[in-house]
Design a protein around this ligand. Structure first.
Ligand code: FEO
Length: 403
């Protein structure tokens, strides 16, 4: 049975929810599913904005068919060709072969690379600022390269103020019958999924997101219609502000994320001790993570959230403990920058992890290491000197937080 929802008078959400996918992009764990959003506009012409992942293909086709209610499909606007959105395009073309597609030249090239059978005469290639009219709805195409792929564009409908924003302003998590962000307590239920989605999927491309936010600021946006997660029709400033912070690599909150890599519990003990000392000094906005048992996508998400980052790692094979090494590599890959950091190293002999973590942070932008760049050194277990050094580190972090 079809299951679609009205967005505005003549615009409908026709996507689907996927609660079976274990790993988004086969890498990021999903515990609450994900939605693939697509939209149908019923004007003098009918328009489909994007398609959906094949996992929800049957529901999506039923929804499009029902929304069209017997009318032909005149246009398909392809804002993004990544297969979680374009996988059902060929199926749509089998059913509505006369539909004209609108996309960037790169999108057309990418679709051909993916093996889509598309006729050049069915494609209108557009560039930034090009316009189209579907009747009373007049739209402008806004290129958004690298948000999240190079071919991406957004479509702004000036008639009703809808921005079809592709992956931008999206989120992990299935919609579960609701559609609008104001139908949830977004700040309580969704923000962590939204941040994890942004940081891991789009986080690397902050300057590109900033460029798009500048373009968007000139538009009179009343609805944000992303390709994942809820539609925004109220309090748009909330989610735009979050994206401003994330894309500028500015922390959302003053707080301390402590990530430890521990083999036998001694580095964990050092991290616990630091968190306790911080609490005693009034610093309670802290999070403590075992790097070995926390998926790196969650760590990346909180790096985007908090102002301060403490890395505590045992030395392993004369290197940084592999899961911590992986976390540092992911931070660099995702362009993480502009954080105050502190380091704790441990080892039983030839302690190297502090020096190596400092070198890894030096390879990122604007990462400062408190304590004059020195690591707190633990030799096998936290002794009296180690405890005193951790207390001093907590003082340095508390002082830096109060700036
Ligand atoms: Fe949701 Fe870049 O695709």
């Amino acid at each position: 049975m079809n299951c679609f929802r009205k967005v505005t008078d003549d615009l409908y959400w026709v996507g689907g929810n996927d609660r079976r996918l274990a790993l988004f992009e086969n890498i990021h764990p999903l515990y609450h599913g994900v939605s693939y959003n697509a939209y149908v506009l019923l004007d003098e012409k009918t328009v489909l904005f994007d398609t959906a992942d094949w996992a929800v293909g049957r529901q999506f086709i039923e929804n499009v068919t029902a929304a069209l209610d017997g009318r032909p499909l005149d246009y398909i606007v392809v804002n993004h060709v990544e297969p979680d959105h374009a996988a059902s395009l060929q199926e749509v073309l089998l059913r509505w072969p006369d539909a004209q597609m609108i996309m960037t030249p790169k999108a057309a090239a990418f679709l051909r690379n993916f093996g889509y059978q598309i006729n050049a005469e069915n494609i209108r290639e557009v560039k930034d600022g090009d316009a189209a009219s579907f009747g009373k709805h007049n739209v402008t195409f806004v290129t958004a390269a690298m948000v999240h792929w190079p071919e991406v564009m957004m479509t702004f409908d000036a008639t009703n103020g809808v921005l079809f924003s592709a992956d931008a302003f999206g989120s992990f998590r299935s919609l579960d019958g609701k559609l609008f962000a104001d139908e949830f307590d977004f700040d309580r239920e969704w923000i962590d999924d939204a941040r994890r989605y942004y940081a891991n999927i789009v986080g690397k491309y902050g300057p590109h997101v900033q460029a798009v936010l500048k373009k968007a600021a000139k538009l009179n946006i009343k609805y944000l219609c992303p390709l994942h997660g809820p539609v925004w029709r109220k309090d748009l400033g909330y989610i735009i502000d979050k994206h401003q912070h994330w894309s500028a690599y500015e922390p959302e909150e003053k707080g301390v994320m402590i990530v430890y890599a521990s083999m036998y519990g001694n580095t964990e003990n050092a991290a616990e001790l630091l968190a306790a000392k911080l609490a005693e000094k009034g610093v309670t906005n802290t999070r403590l993570y075992d790097v070995s048992s926390t998926h790196v996508s969650y760590l990346i998400s909180d790096v985007f959230k908090y102002s301060h980052l403490v890395l505590a790692s045992v030395t392993y094979n004369l290197g940084v403990f592999p899961p911590m090494h992986n976390f540092l590599a992911d931070m660099k890959a995702l362009n993480v920058q502009n954080r105050a950091c502190a380091l704790i190293e441990n080892g039983s002999w030839a302690i190297q992890s502090g020096k190596l973590m400092k070198e890894a942070l030096a390879g990122m932008k604007k990462m400062t290491v408190l304590n004059d760049g020195a690591s707190v050194t633990i030799t096998s277990s936290v002794g009296e000197q180690g405890a005193a050094d951790i207390d001093a580190l907590a003082d340095a972090i508390a002082a830096d937080l109060s700036k």
